[in-house]
Ligand binder design. Structure first.
Ligand SMILES: [Zn+2]
Ligand SMILES: [Zn+2]
Length: 155
């Protein structure tokens, strides 16, 4: 897989918020859990953990939406105040990292997830590609996903 040349830019659907990714993300996985399906209103979510210092907001002021899901998980999502596009999520326990929604990048052609998690609740028509990590539930140890990403992008 070829990484793009950084920095690369992205933003929300209405264009009010623009951000810049300064260097490599740490991993990229797909989550098929039912909560992600509900949160996005689609079939799965793309999650790209990234160092906080790799992210620069270049335009607009994304708001922080904090809420607890019915299963009791607290989410802290940065969204465009106008169109509501979710750009990344933040964590109180891991303040040095954000998790990007990389579908908001201008160029998504290089995105190749290295792991699929919660495959037991994947939509029945979804086919998990060969050669990726797959987990029935959450990743046993996320370090394995980070390692798989590293091997893929810098072999
Ligand atoms: Zn917007
Ligand atoms: Zn999920």
């Amino acid at each position: 897989m070829d990484l793009p040349s950084f920095p690369c830019d992205g933003g929300c659907a209405c264009g009010a918020v623009r951000y810049r990714l300064l260097d490599d993300p740490l991993a990229l996985h797909v989550c098929h859990c039912t909560e992600c399906q509900t949160l996005t209103g689609t079939a799965f979510i793309l999650s790209m953990p990234t160092r906080r210092t790799s992210l620069e907001v270049v335009q607009g002021d994304p708001i922080l939406a904090v809420f607890e899901t019915v299963s009791g998980i607290t989410h802290r999502n940065r969204c465009c105040p106008d169109c509501g596009t979710r750009l990344w999520s933040e964590s109180l326990t891991l303040p040095d990292f954000v998790t990007f929604r990389p579908g908001t990048l201008d160029d998504t052609s290089w995105l190749r997830p290295v792991a699929h998690i919660w495959t037991r609740s994947a939509q029945p028509w979804v086919e998990i590609p060969q050669g990726v990590l797959r987990y029935e539930k959450g990743a046993d140890d996320y370090v394995d996903v980070v390692r798989a990403w590293k091997e893929r992008v810098r072999p």
